[in-house]
Structures are given as structure tokens and as C-alpha cells.
Design a protein around this ligand. Structure first.
Ligand code: ZN
Length: 180
């Protein structure tokens, strides 16, 4: 799946999760999910995130190749473990909110790539790729499917209304009847 589709797919998956678990729909969570949705392609120096982080993407790419370990459940477990370990340190406890949207975004990337024919090595280091073979990467079908999913999520689950209500909830309320 292309980065321009991974991003809305990750954001939509986060909105779905936030709606189902009654978490607020905020810009920070949405952007974090979008970043999580690009992270597995750090194994590709030409990817959207890989180009900006060549010091990370070049070594991962030469060691594991594209769609290797970073597209597996093992990577999700390691990332989760790292995030929990870091955010339990007193200096970083305030960043614990990052964990869920980042992991949801990351998982959405693996799911998104599994919809393409080449699939993902979900159980790496076990050999074998898992694929739903729904559409080819860079095909118009990919863009249409992600577009329908994103628009459907926004419309059916009332994402705009919820995001607006959650935004209003953050605006400080002034007591009534007081002149300013
Ligand atoms: Zn990928």
C-alpha cells in the first residue's frame, strides 16, 4: 500500500478505535496514528518516513529487506514493550497517551499491506506471507477502497461531530453572568 493511503487508513482505524472505546478524537492522537501508520516502511529508504530517517532506514533495509520483520507481529510486540518501558520512566510518563494510537497506526499498516498480493510476513521469523489479495499496490482499487473506508468511517461513526464536541470540551468554560 502507498504512504498516501496508509496515512488515511491509519487515521480511520484510530477514529474507529477511539469511537468504540469512547476515547476523545483529537489532533494529537490522529497525527500519532498517522505516524504509526508509516513506521513499518522504515525498512525502505525510499518510503515517506524512510527518506527522512536514512540513518534508520538504510541499515534496516540492508539487514532485513523491505516487508520483513517490521511488518510482523514481533515488531509490534517489541515496539509496544519499548514504549511501555520508556513511558514508565517518571520523565516520560506524560507520553503514555502515545502508545495506543501509535500501535493502532502500526497495526493498520500491517493490515493494509496484507490486502495486497505480496502480503506480510506476519509470523516472522517463520517463513510465509499472509495476504488477503484484495488489490495491487499503487492500483486505483487501493485508493478507492481506502477512500470508501475513510469516508465511511467519518460519516457512519460521526467522526466530525465527535471531534468537534471533543474540541469544544477542551475550550475553557467561563462562569455565566460574569462581565469580562
Ligand atoms: Zn509496508
Amino acid at each position: 500500500m502507498m504512504a498516501q493511503n496508509h496515512v488515511p487508513f491509519a487515521m480511520s482505524c484510530w477514529w474507529l478505535y477511539a469511537t468504540m472505546t469512547n476515547l476523545p478524537i483529537e489532533v494529537q492522537g490522529t497525527m500519532t496514528a498517522a505516524i504509526g501508520g508509516m513506521m513499518p516502511d522504515l525498512d525502505h529508504p525510499e518510503s515517506a518516513l524512510g527518506r527522512r530517517m536514512l540513518l534508520v532506514s538504510v541499515p534496516i533495509s540492508s539487514l532485513c529487506g523491505h516487508r520483513g520483520v517490521t511488518h510482523s507481529l514481533l515488531a509490534v510486540v517489541v515496539l509496544l514493550w519499548l514504549l511501555v518501558a520508556v513511558t514508565t520512566l517518571p520523565a516520560y510518563q506524560h507520553l503514555a497517551w502515545l502508545i495506543t494510537p501509535l500501535i493502532i497506526g502500526y497495526l493498520s499498516h500491517i493490515l493494509g499491506d496484507s490486502l495486497t498480493p505480496s502480503g506480510v510476513p506476519l509470523l516472522w521469523p517463520r517463513k510465509g506471507n499472509y495476504s488477503f489479495n484484495l488489490f495491487k499496490t499503487r492500483s486505483w482499487q487501493e485508493t478507492v477502497c481506502v477512500g470508501i473506508f475513510t469516508i465511511g468511517t467519518v460519516l457512519i461513526f460521526g467522526v466530525w461531530e465527535r471531534a468537534f464536541a471533543d474540541f469544544l470540551a477542551t475550550v475553557p468554560k467561563f462562569p455565566r453572568g460574569v462581565a469580562y
